[in-house]
Ligand binder design. Structure first.
Ligand code: AMP
Length: 534
């Protein structure tokens, strides 16, 4: 027997309409790419997003078509999301930090028809677009740069703000975001309206982000990273004021926004918060309105959690998640008694809506004793079941997705990430593919074997070290090795150090045993031969 309740499709357009109807005067504040801080209301945002929908429809964009964005956090970027998703098209967020080759692959694989881009991305796009099928560029700025395309304002000029949003199945695709593959090409995570709405409700739980109409939220985490951790959905859902930093994410600019707008909540990766804490300590700047920050995307060092709490009275909630989990996985909010000290720095517990387990190599669940690490797996309303356009199954027999992280879960349910099974390096919140670098270096005629590992770095969390075994009798310099990477990878992927070794340990299948290589370099202090730039 079915229940007799209304069928109210969970589509994200309803979120912005809710904000328009019930929090219409609440502001969306942007540090514009042109410089000045600009303000608009949720009412205006909904209206401008609908005008964009009409412009997209007039261009011939329809349900299921992929529309890409390539930009930082701004109100126009948010309008691009809702304007696209509202008409059943798919909003594909592109990461401007990727190498042009990767972007060209991703845009081609996704079949993007139109791109809404920030003018700062014009040189990048110039290198990419000729290799793609993209029909039109819309510049998310007051005026178009000196490049093909039309300015956002010209694109929506004359369009009505009446447009029927929604009206489709809640399982319709809403967003697409590619994530680095350990081997092979990046893979597309395809969010649905339903998964995004349910994820919004998960994020809003008190033990997660605990947002309300009284909050002022600074969304530092980029919108091109896993839904911007859902903030462009969760803020309008509760009528929180939303502050978007544009391209300026240096500590002084962020402090100016926090104090100028009365920010109460924020979220970002450890690199951003590490720099901010240093700035506060060095300058004596106070952030009296900021109550809570969620730090995740990479391991949050205990010193960051303690420093914000003890010296600045700001609560840090450590969190773990990933593109495939929309991205919420776990957040560390202590119990009423403050929690056991041993739990304080762990990644935390999952909210209702996601199930987690750790298993052994044969997918058998392991005990929650806090001591037995295993493969961390996830199942839930906002977890991927497949990658876009790829046939291969990614779930185990019980429907769980293997996150590629290794974790132990304690008896109180707190998850601690202890290692990473996937062969990737996370630097400043962005992935570096060790395999790709190894492949390029191994092609050098003097090289017999190459291995790239991530080593801890005080500013970027991790930086790559390249270990090279030369062929017998050969000699080469670190610069020779780096020369083969020049122009073939993003500059910030360049290893900080190149070490020549006599041997690189191999595993039973003849592949480099990264665990052993990492063990060999444990405690090694990276001596940068390259300038680490982002
Ligand atoms: P992404 O899909 O780019 O968001 O990356 C997700 C991955 O980042 C996870 O699978 C982890 O490997 C890593 N990660 C995210 N948050 C944390 C954390 N708090 N501690 C350790 N690793 C993390």
């Amino acid at each position: 027997m079915h229940g007799l309740m209304q069928d109210w499709p969970l589509t994200v357009d309803r979120i912005l309409d809710h904000a328009r109807d019930w929090h219409g005067g609440r502001q969306v504040v942007t540090r514009s790419l042109e410089g000045p801080i600009v303000r608009q209301t949720y009412d205006e945002t909904a209206s401008r997003a609908r005008r964009l929908s009409n412009a997209l429809l007039a261009h011939g964009i329809g349900p299921g078509d992929r529309v890409a964005t390539l930009g930082f956090n701004t109100a126009r970027h948010m309008e691009a999301w809702y304007g696209t998703m509202g008409i059943g098209a798919v909003c594909h967020t592109l990461n401007p930090r990727l190498h042009p080759d990767q972007l060209a692959y991703i845009i081609g694989h996704a079949g993007d028809r139109l791109i809404l881009a920030d003018p700062v991305a014009a040189p990048l796009l110039a290198a990419v677009l000729p290799r793609t099928q993209v029909e039109q560029v819309v510049w998310m700025a007051d005026a178009a740069p000196d490049a093909p395309g039309i300015a956002f304002e010209d694109f929506i000029a004359g369009q009505s703000d009446a447009c029927a949003w929604g009206g489709f199945d809640e399982r319709t695709a809403a967003g697409l975001c590619y994530t680095s593959g350990t081997t092979g090409e990046p893979k597309g995570v395809l969010y649905s309206h339903r998964s995004n709405v349910l994820h919004t409700l998960m994020v809003l739980q008190a033990d997660v982000m605990d947002l309300s109409a009284r909050d002022v939220v600074l969304a530092v985490v980029p919108m091109f990273h896993a839904n911007g951790w859902g903030l462009p959905f969760s803020c309008p859902a509760v009528g929180a004021k939303l502050v978007l930093p544009g391209v300026k994410m240096d500590p002084a600019s962020l402090c100016e926004l926090i104090n100028g707008e009365g920010v109460t909540f924020s979220a970002a990766v450890p690199t951003i918060w590490g720099a901010l804490l240093q700035h506060l300590d060095a300058t004596g700047t106070k952030l009296p309105t900021l109550k809570r920050v969620v730090i995740g995307g990479a391991l949050c060092p205990p010193a960051l959690i303690d420093g914000f709490r003890d010296r600045h009275g700001i609560e840090v909630r450590h969190g773990w998640g990933m593109t495939e989990t929309s991205p919420l996985g776990v957040v560390n909010t202590p119990d009423a008694d403050g929690g056991a000290p041993a739990q304080r720095y762990k990644q935390g517990r999952p909210p209702f809506g996601i199930e987690l387990r750790v298993t052994d190599e044969d997918d058998r669940p392991l005990p929650h004793d806090g001591r037995t690490p295993g493969k961390l797996k996830a199942r839930g309303a906002a977890v991927s079941e497949a990658y876009y356009g790829l046939e291969e199954p990614i779930l185990d027999a019980d429907g769980f997705f293997d996150t590629g992280d290794i974790a132990a879960i304690d008896p109180a349910g707190f998850v601690q990430i202890t290692d990473r099974a996937k062969d990737l390096i996370k630097s400043g919140g962005e992935w570096i593919s060790s395999v790709e670098i190894e492949g390029l270096v191994a092609a050098h005629p003097k090289v017999e074997l190459a291995a790239v590992i991530g080593l801890p770095h005080p500013r970027w969390d991790e930086r790559p070290l390249l270990a090279v075994k030369l062929r017998p009798g050969e000699a080469a310099s670190p610069e020779d090795m780096l020369a083969v990477l020049e122009g073939r990878i993003a500059r910030w992927w360049t290893p900080d150090e190149v070490v020549f070794v006599d041997d690189i340990p191999l595993g039973p299948t003849g592949k480099v045993d990264k665990k052993l290589v990492r063990a060999r370099f444990e405690g090694h202090k990276l001596s940068s031969i390259t300038e680490t730039t982002r």
